[in-house]
Design a protein around this ligand. Structure first.
Ligand code: PLP
Length: 384
């Protein structure tokens, strides 16, 4: 009788990532392998590692862990989240049609727009949360459908199963930017996506002390091609950064859960505050994507955005526990004004179309005590 193999839970897999993987010295955790090149026994036969641009033991351990968490055949780890997105583009033919979600991250739009302006792609944006709009935009076909859910900073939710099915029917490769939630809270490959891109800089590392990205492919063949490009272009993640991200990843499920719980509590309190006119958080029952989020996510994540009655710039300066800085998903809470910061590269028209007003405030909720964060928000709101 064949015995069914037990699959460990998420927290176990994360906590055990890269443990007992130091054949040299049997350290419980593996060391940072800094070698740029590796000894060959024979000129014609490389060993498991050959040259650090191609792979290093430290990067390989983290890649295995990230691929495992996403349910991918493999992960290519890159020097930034943007490098992972660019890696995905490398594999598309000249003139390929890209359909991207109109409210995806501003840096992604900057890259897509610049490549399209140079004639590399035919680029269209559409509201991917609306299946009919998506179907219409995909009628001429597309090589790539690029989705981001929840979207940064508007926290719009795309029904991944539906969007992936529509994309696949149109013959597109379906890619999802999973940065805002990480594989601890959402696994797009299990919902029909072909590839997942993530900024390791955010929740996965979680300590705001490195920059990196991951491109995870469902198919081994696609993973091989991406790996070829990463090596050819030399955009792989450095060993120290891989080591740091591995350290962060071991506590990812715990952090993602705690940050989501605090973000939900703050979102509820903010929604009831007289100085607040709007809160965007998929965990709120009146959020238009709430039911889809409940179905396809296992938590609502650390990010929320809001509109307030009074002066936004004065408000963000008054906050003490929310540091005014770009980025998200770290242990420390951050605040930003996307129109002036993370999404400044978009044109005002593109921002308006994506629902990103000049006064939208984005909060990334960290691991501080909920009561302290609330007192900070409430005091800053009262003072303006
Ligand atoms: N995708 C999303 C949703 C992001 O928010 C970011 C950065 O903020 C990126 C991609 C790019 O990641 P990185 O800054 O690591 O290049």
């Amino acid at each position: 009788m064949s015995e069914k193999k037990h699959t460990h839970g998420l927290a176990t897999r994360a906590a055990r990532a890269g443990i007992n993987a130091d054949p040299g010295h049997e350290g419980v955790v593996a060391p940072v392998s800094v070698a740029a090149t590796y000894v060959r026994a024979e000129a014609g036969s490389p060993g498991a590692f050959d040259y650090a641009r191609t792979s290093t033991p430290t990067r390989a351990l983290l890649a295995k862990a990230v691929a495992e968490l996403e349910g991918a055949a493999g992960a290519c780890l890159t020097a930034s989240g943007m490098a992972a997105i660019d890696l995905l583009l490398n594999d598309l033919p000249l003139g390929a049609r890209i359909l991207a979600a109109h409210d995806c991250y501003g840096g992604t739009q900057r890259l897509f727009n610049a490549r399209a302006a140079h004639g590399r792609f035919d680029l269209v944006y559409a509201d991917a949360t609306d299946t009919r709009t998506l179907e219409d935009a995909l009628k001429p076909g597309a090589a790539l459908l690029f989705l981001e859910t929840p979207s940064n900073p508007r926290l719009r939710i795309t029904d991944l199963e539906r969007a992936a099915a529509v994309g696949r029917t149109a013959g597109a490769l379906v890619a999802v930017d999973n940065t805002v939630l990480s594989p601890a809270l959402q696994r797009p490959l299990t919902l029909g996506a072909d590839v997942v891109v993530s900024s390791l800089t955010k929740l996965i590392n979680g300590h705001s002390d490195m920059v990196g990205g991951a491109l995870c492919a469902a198919s081994p063949e696609a993973h091989e091609r991406y790996h070829w490009w990463m090596n050819a272009a030399g955009t792989g993640l450095g060993a120290f950064d891989a080591f740091l991200a591995m350290r962060g990843l071991r506590t990812l499920p715990l952090r993602a859960k705690a940050q989501s719980a605090t973000a939900l509590a703050l979102a509820k309190r903010l929604a009831a505050h007289p100085e607040v006119t709007r809160v965007n958080y998929p965990g709120l029952p009146d959020h238009p994507g709430h039911e889809i989020a409940v179905r396809q996510q296992s938590g609502f994540g650390p990010l929320l955005s809001l509109e307030i009655r009074s002066d936004t710039r004065a408000f963000v300066k008054r906050l003490e526990l929310f540091t005014l800085a770009q980025s998200l998903g770290g242990a420390e809470s951050l605040v930003c004004i996307p129109a002036l910061m993370t999404h400044a590269a978009m044109t005002p028209e593109a921002r308006a179309g994506a629902g990103i007003s000049d006064t939208l405030v984005r909060l990334s909720v960290g691991l501080e005590d909920e009561g302290d964060l609330w007192r900070d928000l409430d005091a800053a709101l009262k003072a303006v």
